[in-house]
Design a protein around this ligand. Sequence first.
Ligand SMILES: NC(=O)c1ccc[n+]([C@@H]2O[C@H](COP(=O)([O-])OP(=O)(O)OC[C@H]3O[C@@H](n4cnc5c(N)ncnc54)[C@H](OP(=O)(O)O)[C@@H]3O)[C@@H](O)[C@H]2O)c1
Length: 263
Amino acid sequence: MARVFITGSSDGLGLMAGRLLASQGHAVVLHARNPGRAEDTRAALSQSELAQVAGVVTGDLAGLAGMRQVAEQANAAGPFDAVIHNAGVGHRDQPRRVATEDGFSRVFAVNVLAPYLLTALMKRPRRLVYLSSGLHRDAEASLADAQWERRRWDGFGAYSDSKLLDVVLTFAVARRWLDVRCNGVEPGWVPTKMGGPTAPDDLSLAPVTQAWLAVSDDDAAAGTGGYFFHQQPQQVHPAARDVAFQDELLAYCARLSGTELPS
Ligand SMILES: NC(=O)c1ccc[n+]([C@@H]2O[C@H](COP(=O)([O-])OP(=O)(O)OC[C@H]3O[C@@H](n4cnc5c(N)ncnc54)[C@H](OP(=O)(O)O)[C@@H]3O)[C@@H](O)[C@H]2O)c1
């Protein structure tokens, strides 16, 4: 049985993936933005699910200090066989650019910088899974205004850009860390808090692929540098395979966070 850490698992697909893995007998460590949300998370689980929960890490992933707190607690609760970088903010709750305490765009901080910094600071698991979105294919492949300081704000565009950068991060880490199986996922457009009530895709299928990539010994799940929807490989935005763009993203995140990705 595996030990799996899932960010943003107080709700939505992170919580669903946690329940799924718990029901399969795996030990899960969950994550909530603060102690109140951690209580909500525990309250949402059945007794048998709770028995598989080895802890709930807390911390707000919008700020560098919170990201570091989460990494520290997660390292104390580890080591992990797999980490699922799931936490994210969507475009619905970003009608304007929101700046974090560090001055970054919140969408970028939570969706891109947090998975980067947690990856860099946490003891290396056997498997890494990053949540992206089909919207990544509509993104602008550039870091020239990654913080949306010069462009007119477009929450949908900022979200899509962040999800492309998640795929770039996935492939960058897969290329650098040959001892880790590192894959990306798009779960479909489903009716979570982020997806909204009219989302058309099947919610019950949406947490399956990330859980499968985290623990399955199927040949397809045991590779690295892949990108999946419903357990099937998918085409990605061509910029995601661009090695120079991958290195540019790692260098940019290292500069913003003050932490290099270990070699
Ligand atoms: N739903 C979709 O249609 C869809 C489609 C494509 C991709 N995805 C991706 O799937 C992942 C999960 O999305 P979801 O639909 O499950 O979203 P969700 O229901 O809104 O859940 C997001 C999770 O992230 C947490 N989170 C957000 N900001 C945080 C912060 N600053 N610090 C700590 N935790 C934070 C939330 O905590 P709170 O509960 O406290 O807010 C929640 O646990 C995301 O990466 C998303 O981009 C979703």
